[in-house]
Ligand binder design. Structure first.
Ligand SMILES: O=c1ccn([C@@H]2O[C@H](COP(=O)(O)OP(=O)(O)O)[C@@H](O)[C@H]2O)c(=O)[nH]1
Ligand SMILES: CC(=O)N[C@H]1[C@@H](OP(=O)(O)O)O[C@H](CO)[C@@H](O)[C@@H]1O[C@H](C)C(=O)O
Length: 247
């Protein structure tokens, strides 16, 4: 979408990082370790994500934990930036949407970054988190998703999630359709959207659908290469691409 038509630029200082999942597809590596701590190209997935957030000027990240929570809690103590606040879900898994609702009091009133702890990408010329912040327009948008082109992504063999109109508006894939973009697991969201969200466990995709119905769901094409690190087999391909990019 056009990045130079901006009304009210927003620079989020807070982020929500989802790290509570069971990591089923990443077994057996995740039998003893939560997926965010699985190492790719020399460091845990979670650190790749937190480093990107620190680079984008985020000072505080809320990280939710459920599966093997103490390993994540201990690990983040080894880091300094961003400051990590744990949202403890060890007693009840809340799904990707319920996790945000529980964390809302920690996230404040301003739009925040939202990242899956297991997403990984190589930035292009510019930081994709900075591009998201420049593009997010709270007057028009409740959610801005970073969208990876499926054709140039590594390790992704699915049918995609959305097609995208020239102004960035997203159109959800219908059954049997194939669409060019997959959600890369990084976004900016407005907390106001969650005001009347369901209680308990629910998927964040419910909020994507809600924003879409209100024509307030947009996407930004990822500049660089997105790597889908879904299974143990996918790790090597991601590492090769990553190490090549920094060589
Ligand atoms: O109830 C849930 C389900 C998933 N996740 C996180 O959301 C992201 C995407 O979830 P995925 O379906 O990949 O979960 P997983 O395979 O880790 O169970 C990952 O970072 C998970 O850790 C979460 O925080 N709470
Ligand atoms: C909620 C969310 O982040 N969903 C994303 C997550 O799903 P996961 O594979 O972790 O279950 O990563 C996928 C790519 O690997 C995306 O297609 C998912 O986004 C789409 C929109 C979905 O959930 O339907």
């Amino acid at each position: 979408m056009t990045e130079n038509i901006r009304k009210m630029p927003v620079t989020p200082h807070k982020a929500m990082v989802l790290a509570a999942g069971l990591g089923v597809r990443m077994r057996p590596l995740t039998n003893t370790m939560p997926k965010p701590l699985v190492s790719v190209a020399g460091q845990p997935l979670l650190d790749h994500v937190l480093d990107k957030l620190a680079g984008a000027g985020v000072s505080e990240a809320v990280v939710n934990v459920h599966y093997l929570p103490d390993q994540i809690i201990e690990h983040v103590k080894t880091r300094s930036r961003p400051r990590v606040i744990i949202s403890d879900e060890r007693d009840q898994v809340l799904g990707t949407g319920g996790a945000v609702v529980k964390a809302l009091p920690l996230l404040g009133d301003a739009p925040f970054y939202h990242l899956n702890a297991d997403t990984m990408w190589i930035d292009g010329v510019r930081s994709n988190l900075a591009r998201l912040a420049e593009t997010f327009d709270p007057a028009r948008m409740d959610i801005l998703l970073l969208m990876a082109p499926t054709a140039s992504s590594i390790g992704y063999g699915g049918r995609g999630d959305y097609s995208m109109l020239p102004d960035g508006a997203l159109r959800k894939r219908r059954e049997h359709q194939v669409v060019p973009f997959v959600y890369a697991g990084a976004a900016i969201m407005s907390p106001a959207l969650f005001a009347d969200a369901p209680a308990g466990e629910f998927s964040l995709t419910k909020m994507f659908d809600r924003a879409n119905e209100q024509e307030r769901l947009f996407g930004l094409r990822l500049d660089g290469v997105w790597m889908h690190v879904g299974t143990p087999d996918a790790i090597q391909a991601a590492e090769e691409a990553y190490l090549e990019s920094v060589a």
